[in-house]
Design a protein around this ligand. Structure first.
Ligand SMILES: Cc1cc2nc3c(=O)[nH]c(=O)nc-3n(C[C@H](O)[C@H](O)[C@H](O)COP(=O)(O)OP(=O)(O)OC[C@H]3O[C@@H](n4cnc5c(N)ncnc54)[C@H](O)[C@@H]3O)c2cc1C
Length: 430
């Protein structure tokens, strides 16, 4: 029987960052990750926001060009709203590289990382277990902690594009029919185009892969061969099939909504402006390379940080803790920040043996700081009609509408800094 101080379940960004911070405090840390390689089954687009980039030392070589320009489109794609920041706002990371880098740092700090190993792990009894095992956390269920209940589901395809002198741009399409409760997007950073969409699974009018295919094709992306991802498709947990086969219960394709015969093509026919609008986006992009399409996808918890995150046997971080901005659905900044608090509190608890230390890992307090964003998310999710979404662009085009959108997109208000200002917290090693 192995008896590490800490078992970290999941080698996503949350798990690897927490493992490193704990190993640096001198604990014996074992990481169990069920994927066999960290290059496979990537779920995220990898957009890092300015606040993360300025506070966490991600290797510059793994970051794409800075993006300052965002274009918001209504369902008709007509008269989009263009916003330009004076600062570098986003960068899309090479996520396979980021995971490899985070793995190397955790290992260097002394953590032992085992790939191809699922929790519960036979022959291991740790003093403390950290659930960094994603949106549908098994650790949360087994430890009797809170579990995520509200999700959107997202999927994207990533294509190489030819470089050029066009400005890297984040195109966002607000269309409740295609991406109910969220967005469809094309991020062109001059090296890759990420074409994706996400929405409430119960409101999707088609299985997500089919919607995505149609959305991509409407932007001139070549249809992906079924096996270009080495057979992965979108086949990560809860995502349904990359082949567009019918929905799996509880999976991404599981749409309770009506099916639209003919798919998004049929929607396209009723979307008068689609062709012209998508041409406008395509014209601004580089030539799309064929062949090496990558697919990504997964559930995204959007119900806010869970209240009960810790007990004497373990705690939750990252998506497992619901640490995703309910509004932007960005989880990379939250998972890094919350990991720091998790590592500090775990260290204090293991050193002192005092369960009272765990009170500092308080999901309810963090959640309270999200109240405004949770309200906005509910309001946005409530927009089911394309006419209402179209009409909201009338407001968005006004100076105050543009200013509000710019504040939301370019502001500093992502995840609250989770580290408490209190004595005894020993680690902020970024
Ligand atoms: C399509 C899509 C695009 C996104 N784009 C962005 C973006 O651009 N920017 C942004 O900020 N956020 C984005 N997000 C959200 C962001 O990716 C996540 O919030 C973030 O990656 C969560 O990291 P994590 O480490 O908590 O979880 P994960 O990265 O999901 O890692 C969890 C790990 O646990 C492993 N695991 C699960 N169960 C077990 C088990 N029983 N035993 C062992 N291992 C297990 C999994 O294999 C996985 O490796 C996106 C999400 C999706 C779905």
């Amino acid at each position: 029987m192995e008896t590490p101080d800490v078992l970290v379940v999941g080698a996503g960004l949350a798990g690897l960052h927490t493992a490193r911070l704990l190993a640096e405090q001198g604990f014996d840390v074992l990481v169990a990750e069920r994927r066999r390689t960290l290059e496979s089954g990537i779920r995220t687009t990898g957009i890092f926001v300015r606040r993360t980039l300025s506070e966490f030392a991600l290797p510059p070589g793994l970051l794409g060009p800075a993006i300052r320009r965002v274009v918001l489109y209504p369902p008709s794609l007509r008269r989009p709203v263009e916003l330009e920041s004076s600062r570098d706002e986003f960068r899309v990371a090479d996520m396979a590289g980021v995971y490899a880098w985070a793995l190397a740092r955790a290992t260097l700090a002394g953590a032992r990382v085992r790939l191809g190993v699922s929790y519960p792990v036979e022959g291991v009894r740790a003093r403390f277990t950290i659930g960094a095992d994603g949106a549908r956390s098994t650790v949360a269920r087994r430890l009797g902690l809170d579990v995520n209940r509200r999700f959107i589901v997202g999927a994207e395809e990533m294509y190489p594009v030819a470089g050029g002198d066009r400005a890297p741009t984040f195109h966002c399409v607000v269309d409740p029919r295609m991406a109910p409760g969220y967005l469809a997007w094309v991020v062109d950073d001059g090296r890759h185009a990420h074409v994706g969409l996400a929405g409430r699974p119960e409101w999707l009018v088609e299985p997500l892969p089919a919607l995505l295919r149609s959305f991509g094709e409407s932007f001139g992306m070549p249809p992906a061969a079924p096996d270009v991802t080495g057979g992965l498709g979108f086949g990560t947990e809860g995502v349904g099939a990359g082949t567009g086969r019918p929905s799996v219960p509880g999976g991404l394709g599981a749409s309770g909504g009506p099916r639209v015969p003919g798919g998004l093509g049929a929607l396209g026919a009723e979307r008068g402006g689609l062709a012209a609008g998508s041409r406008a986006v395509r014209d601004g992009m580089g030539a799309v390379g064929g062949g090496s399409v990558r697919r990504r996808g997964g559930p995204i918890p959007v119900g806010g940080v869970l209240r009960r995150l810790a007990c004497p046997e373990g705690l939750l971080v990252g998506d497992a803790a619901g640490a995703v901005s309910p509004l932007t659905a960005g989880g990379l900044d939250p998972c890094l920040r919350l990991s720091e608090l998790a590592a500090a509190v775990t260290g204090d608890y293991l050193r002192s043996g005092d369960p009272g230390m765990l009170r500092h890992y308080d999901g309810a307090a963090l959640r309270a700081r999200f109240r405004g964003r949770l309200v906005l998310r509910r309001a946005w999710s409530g927009v089911r009609s394309r006419a209402v979404a179209e009409a909201s662009f009338v407001l968005l085009r006004t100076p105050s509408g543009r200013a509000a959108a710019a504040r939301l997109l370019f502001g500093d208000g992502s995840f609250p800094d989770a580290m408490p200002r209190r004595a005894g917290v020993s680690c902020t090693t970024r």
